[in-house]
Write a protein that binds this ligand. Structure first.
Ligand code: SF4
Length: 287
């Protein structure tokens, strides 16, 4: 039986990651090196390639040893921006415009008297940054159910946003639950859809492909939130494996399969995807 391998229409770097890497490469070329505050992308292969160009990662402002610091595509809070401004270092800002949009939405909501609720992972750098733009008047959660009872309940005026990489349908569910619990308190709720267009499209084409195959391979970093969500989405309709590189493919996964789909997270380089496709092709030939 012939094994068909199909690649999703949207793979490789998203707009924000491509833009961030271009800015960093230019800065490293100009200044001889750049330290990024946190990983610029959650993908080990990409970070290793960037390190060879002099683009390295530091965990905090105190660890910076060079003269150039970069803010990652995930963005930071205004406090961290102020600290970097005061540090005298050369600053390179690669905050993705979609993340900036969410940051500005959080600030406007907070300034208008809304308590900001972010549908997202509270530990993720992007979410921490957006919360900072809400000036401490907000929280992040993936569970709407617990919010009504947590810390004495939510204020009456609530502004709702999403982490840019969340699954749109899950955000809708979150909002629905929040509305249900808040409507008993004469609430005012403002909802702003801050899910990134690139992620929305990537999720849609990957899901379409997943519906037509017996196995989906999602290529991306283990710590990449958007890759994990893509895996979760594809796994809802077919057998799915998340891999980082071609070396992670287990030949036994292909047994009895007729169609295999390949997609990737937003921080996966095209070369890594091409290597996965070549690895699958080699296994197919072996039969
Ligand atoms: S996934 Fe979307 S929000 Fe995140 S960096 Fe890429 S384009 Fe920007």
């Amino acid at each position: 039986m012939t094994l068909v391998i199909e690649k999703a229409k949207e793979v490789g770097f998203c707009y924000g990651v491509r833009r961030a890497i271009e800015i960093l490469e230019k800065a490293a070329h100009e200044h001889g090196g750049v330290e990024t505050l946190g990983a610029v992308v959650h993908n080990e292969q990409v970070l290793q390639r960037l390190a060879k160009l002099g683009i390295t990662v530091v965990k905090s402002v105190d660890q910076i040893r060079g003269k150039v610091v970069a803010i990652s595509s995930h963005g930071v809070s205004p406090e961290v921006e102020d600290r970097l401004r005061a540090s005298g270092l050369i600053r390179v800002d690669t905050t993705c415009p979609f993340v900036r949009r969410a940051q500005i939405a959080a600030r406007r909501l907070a300034e208008s008297g809304f308590y900001v609720v972010i549908y997202g992972d509270a530990g993720h750098p992007e979410v921490k940054g957006i919360l900072g733009w809400a000036g401490g008047k907000g929280l992040a959660s993936l569970e709407a159910g617990s919010l009504g009872s947590a810390s004495g309940g939510l204020p009456r005026r609530i502004g709702v946003l999403s982490q840019t990489t969340q699954i749109p349908e899950h955000f809708t569910d979150f909002v629905r639950k929040l509305v249900e619990s808040a409507l008993t308190r004469d609430a005012e709720i403002r909802i702003i859809d801050t899910i990134c267009h690139d992620i929305r499209k990537r999720q849609a084409v990957s899901l379409e492909l997943a519906k037509t195959v017996d196995l989906m391979l999602v290529v991306g970093g283990r710590s990449s939130a958007n890759t994990r969500r893509l895996t979760e989405l594809c796994a809802s309709v077919t057998a799915t494996r998340q891999i980082e590189t071609a070396e992670n493919i287990d030949a036994s996964w292909l047994k009895g399969k007729r169609r295999i789909g390949v997609t990737s997270g937003a921080s996966t380089a095209r070369e890594t995807i091409d290597e996965v496709l070549a690895g699958l092709e080699a296994l197919r030939k072996k039969g």
